[in-house]
Design a protein around this ligand. Structure first.
Ligand SMILES: Nc1ncnc2c1ncn2[C@@H]1O[C@H](COP(=O)(O)OP(=O)(O)OP(=O)(O)O)[C@@H](O)[C@H]1O
Length: 663
């Protein structure tokens, strides 16, 4: 099936042809056969990099009206926006910021790219454009199994479909165990395929020996790399037992060096940000830039990274880039992330050492993927990383048209070889499971349903949830008890009131605080904390910007900031010295550690508006520059919510507005 046989304009056909897209890939053909160009609802569950974006474009271009592309990950939205905006004759809007507004300015676009939070917020604020949509495409729909954002994704999609029964729904998923359940939920045709544009072989490495699942094998020389490490160890007086095998880092280094010497780029995945930086610094000794012959380009990429800022992270990244290697994780500033991603695509860097976030959707195909760590710290100590995530990492291997096959190598040792093989080579990815029953998520969405006027009784709330994936799995009735608890909680928190009509007959209405909380897109617990904080601040004789920051940082909508043991005493002293400016008495918090972390975040933000530089703060408080950026952004949103809530309850705290304007 050819692109030019599809119902697309000739300029669009030319656009694709210029990008080498002339003949449809088999899963794309299956989607067309399922009716994606004719308004049909389709779920496509296909491997990484097998052309899902093209399926999205087909749906959006052929729908008889405006389309919405829901991108659960903010980091990806910009890339998709650019892809859609390049289409001839298509007006594209983007909405990914975290806070506020109906986004009325988005009306009139042919395609809107937005996160599910942003769409949810637009619905709560009464945006009319959401009712005019002809088509919605949800990318990475398997993320409805994610704890925080999953419930928003499914409730938003259910609400859109309920309000607009003619809406075409197209959902794109990674390969999961239950795509049929997702298709059944959306009443959609299922396109399921394991076809990949480049064949992938996956193997397990023990020492320098890799056994692939297609029966082939590979040996790399770890000994020399290992000796290098041993020399280093000797210098610093580390004793190493001769009987120890080579460690996973050295095996990884050898696998990377081998692929690069052969002209191929690599991705190496590790469990944490810290490990990503350490591994990159270790690989900087491998002479990768010389091996790939990219010294000049690598130096230029290093200069670009230096231009972003002068932080320690920026300097480390630049040093690594100069040596042909980079690191990539969620604590990087977006400027650094995009330098790394585009340098990799332009072949100006030989290897990226990354945390699993890179695997989720960023288009960075490599010859070889090495998964050094398959376990990471979780709630229950060291846990295996889900198969779905590891498969997404492995799926980045193989560049269409350039590599005969992609190679994914999982680094194990003699003890873990069998488990790693069973879990990730033989094993199937997990099923997607709804997280909507989580009490915090339910409170948020119950409040939204009441505040927007969609529901005024428990039964009507259950009707709203009837279209969710959760309800498909268990029946909406499965939520009845949990919804009743959520309503009670919201009444106790002063967000919702029961207005009685007759005996035992009542309607649920949002209180003014509940309505503002929902519109400002903060969680009910956040709204409650801010209201209490504002009242306390109004009673302080000396409420300062620190007071305002303490209030908003002590909410579940602000990210936690890690508090190391060494800093604890210092933050404790700071809280004591500044107790006159804080709304919480030190003896009060149930979760004292959590509160101290909020004080640390508040202190950082207060110094930031006082003129401290990113460089200072990053070094003094040991947070990533990207983490500082995201806290500043959240603080802006939460302070604006605090202003709105202050107005609602008639409490004015000038320090809140001062903090906001200085941010
Ligand atoms: N029919 C086609 N012919 C040639 N190239 C194609 C075709 N379809 C897609 N591609 C190219 O394949 C690459 C991967 O496609 P795409 O990014 O859509 O994959 P994806 O399935 O969305 O991946 P992800 O798992 O990252 O979401 C892109 O560079 C795209 O231009």
């Amino acid at each position: 099936m050819r692109v030019r046989d599809l119902p697309l304009s000739s300029s669009v056909v030319d656009h694709f042809a210029e990008r080498g897209v002339r003949e449809l890939y088999p899963p794309q053909r299956a989607a067309v056969e399922a009716g994606v160009c004719g308004g049909a609802d389709v779920v496509a569950a296909v491997p990484t990099a097998s052309g899902k974006t093209f399926v999205a474009q087909l749906a959006l271009l052929t729908a008889g009206g405006p389309g919405l592309y829901v991108c659960p990950l903010r980091a990806l939205a910009r890339e998709k926006y650019e892809t859609f905006a390049a289409l001839p004759g298509v007006d594209v809007g983007i909405s990914t910021g975290d806070f506020d507004a109906t986004g009325e300015e988005l009306a009139g676009n042919d395609v809107v790219v937005a996160t599910s939070e942003k769409v949810d917020s637009a619905i709560r604020n009464g945006a009319s454009w959401v009712d005019e949509l002809a088509c919605v495409v949800v990318d990475e729909v398997h993320l409805l199994g994610a704890k925080r954002r999953g419930p928003t994704l499914e409730v938003t999609l259910a609400t859109l479909r309920r309000r607009n029964p003619d809406l075409q729904t197209v959902a794109l998923s990674a390969t999961v165990d239950n795509p049929d359940a997702i298709a059944d939920w959306l009443d959609a045709a299922l396109v399921e395929s394991d076809w990949r544009p480049v064949e992938l072989r996956t193997g397990v490495a023990v020492g320098g020996d890799v056994a692939f699942d297609d029966g082939t094998s590979l040996s790399v020389d770890v000994a020399s790399a290992d000796e290098a490490a041993r020399d280093d160890d000797e210098e610093v007086g580390v004793e190493k037992n001769e009987a120890d095998g080579p460690d996973a880092t050295e095996v990884t280094a050898a696998l990377v060096a081998d692929a690069v010497a052969d002209g191929g780029q690599c991705l190496a995945f590790v469990r944490s940000r810290r490990e990503a930086v350490d591994l990159a610094e270790r690989l900087a000794d491998e002479g990768l830039a010389e091996k790939l012959g990219i010294e000049d380009a690598a130096a230029a990429a290093a200069d670009e990274a230096t231009d972003v800022d002068g932080t320690l992270t920026g300097r480390q990244l630049a040093d690594c880039l100069r040596a042909g290697v980079a690191f990539h994780h969620a604590g990087l500033r977006s400027g650094h992330r995009s330098v790394v991603e585009s340098a990799f695509r332009d072949r100006d860097v030989a290897c990226i050492c990354a945390t699993p976030t890179l695997a989720a959707g960023v288009n960075v195909p490599a010859r070889r993927v090495v998964v050094r760590d398959q376990r990471r710290y979780g709630e229950a100590g060291m846990e295996w990383i889900p198969t779905l995530e590891v498969h997404q990492m492995c799926g980045r291997a193989g560049r269409p048209g350039l590599d005969p096959h992609g190679e994914a190598v999982l680094v194990a040792d003699a003890d873990t070889r069998a488990a790693v093989h069973e879990r990730y080579v033989e094993g199937e990815p997990e099923a997607v499971e709804s997280q909507l029953a989580d009490p915090g998520a339910l409170r948020t969405h119950v409040l939204a349903a009441v505040a927007t006027g969609f529901a005024a009784t428990e039964t009507e709330i259950l009707d709203v949830f009837e279209g969710t994936f959760y309800a498909r799995e268990t029946g909406a009735g499965g939520l009845a008890d949990a919804v009743a608890v959520a309503v009670d909680d919201l009444v106790a928190a002063g967000m919702v009131a029961r207005e009685t009509g007759g005996v035992e007959d009542y309607r649920l209405v949002a209180t003014a605080v509940g309505e503002t909380t929902s519109k400002q897109y903060v969680r009910p617990e956040t709204g409650e904390r801010i209201v209490a904080g504002l009242r306390a601040a109004a009673g302080l004789s000396d409420a300062t910007t620190l007071t305002a920051f303490e209030v908003i940082c002590d909410t579940p909508d602000m990210q936690d900031t890690y508090l190391g043991n060494a800093e604890r005493a210092d933050v404790y002293r700071f809280a004591r010295t500044n107790s006159a400016h804080l709304t919480t008495d030190m003896t009060e918090p149930d979760d004292f550690e959590g509160w101290l972390e909020s004080v640390k975040t508040a202190r950082i933000l207060d110094e930031w508006i006082g003129g401290a530089t990113v460089e200072d703060l990053v070094e003094r408080y040991r947070i990533g520059p990207g983490d500082l950026d995201s806290r500043v952004e959240r603080a802006e949103w939460l302070l604006s919510a605090a202003e709105a809530l202050g107005e609602t309850i008639g409490v004015r705290v000038p320090a809140v507005s001062r903090a906001r304007s200085r941010l």
